[in-house]
Design a binder for this molecule. Structure first.
Ligand SMILES: [Zn+2]
Length: 297
């Protein structure tokens, strides 16, 4: 069984990612678009949005009283970057700023994004939190059947769920072709919407595995993404990568991620040269607060 979640608070369904033609409904649709754009701006004005860097590709996102962690319950690799022990302990015990977490997402089951034993400690100590990820990650967490969700998106099918008031869409995006004889590591990017604020976290993607048109079919700009988390090495000046970021995602705020384990390493100057407004962190547990949207009458 792929989906194992309490139906009390989780609604799980699959939808296609393709859009629908407007046809005769066009005037009504554009009216609705105008209305929803205004509603979006009003909602944004009312929301407190905070991003806390945890480590590597891990972030805590707080919108009003909702908190989600993405790729933050990991430990890293001995001999390379390790998430500091005291941060792992704060996460495991739900100590501030990691108290009252609603949802934990993991993009894939690699040790720089996910650690099953840390997730297990976290779920034991935080009985209201839910964990959702790929079937490869959730297969390691059979002891929490009511609070662990495996998404099952297909190549052109987004999986969606409502979890503790957070609307989540899981998108299959290739981590890369597996080596000969090895199983593919599943990587799900996430779109999460909380109180009208939408974020996108790509996980580890290999953009050589899909075309711009494949990516554009996800209709990310139409989702009006406020915060986008992307691997730092795709924030360079290669035209295809710029098109992907600027036209394929078109987010208001861009966060380079995967601070560690890459060759060449993250170069803040080169990221800022191409994306002067990108948000970079210097150390774990630094915060960024989203500026309020400008009011337009
Ligand atoms: Zn990976």
């Amino acid at each position: 069984m792929i989906v194992t979640a309490s139906s009390l608070f989780v609604m799980f369904l699959l939808i296609g990612s393709s859009g629908t033609a407007a046809g005769d409904a066009a005037p009504i649709a554009s009216e609705m678009t105008r209305w929803s754009a205004k509603a979006h701006a009003d909602q944004m004005n009312a929301s407190e949005v905070r991003v806390t860097f945890v480590g590597n590709a891990g972030f805590l996102i707080t919108v009003n009283d909702k908190k989600i962690l993405i790729d933050a319950l990991f430990s890293g690799f001995p001999g390379d970057y390790i998430l500091p022990r005291e941060i792992q302990d704060k996460l495991a015990h739900g100590l501030p700023p990691f108290d009252n977490i609603d949802l934990v997402l993991a993009t894939h089951s690699h040790g720089d994004h996910f650690d099953a034993s840390l997730v297990r400690r976290f779920l034991s100590n935080n009985p209201d939190a839910v964990f959702a990820s790929t079937p490869q990650a959730t297969a390691l967490l059979n002891d929490f059947p009511d609070r662990v969700i495996a998404f099952a998106p297909a190549k052109n099918k987004i999986a969606t769920a409502e979890i503790h008031g957070v609307h989540v869409e899981a998108v299959y995006l290739s981590h890369g072709a597996p080596p000969e004889g090895k199983a593919e590591i599943l990587n799900f990017a996430y779109l999460a919407t909380i109180a009208g604020v939408t974020l996108f976290h790509s996980g580890d993607i290999d953009i050589s595995q899909f075309s711009y048109e494949d990516f554009r079919a996800l209709r990310l700009p139409e989702k009006k993404i406020d915060l986008a988390f992307m691997q730092h090495f795709y924030l360079g000046d290669a035209p295809a990568e710029m098109k992907l970021i600027q036209e394929g995602i078109a987010a208001r705020h861009v966060f380079p991620m995967h601070y560690h384990y890459t060759v060449p390493p993250m170069n803040p100057e080169s990221v800022l040269r191409n994306y002067p407004a990108a948000i970079l962190f210097k150390a774990e547990l630094e915060n960024w607060v989203m500026p309020r949207a400008l009011k337009k009458d």
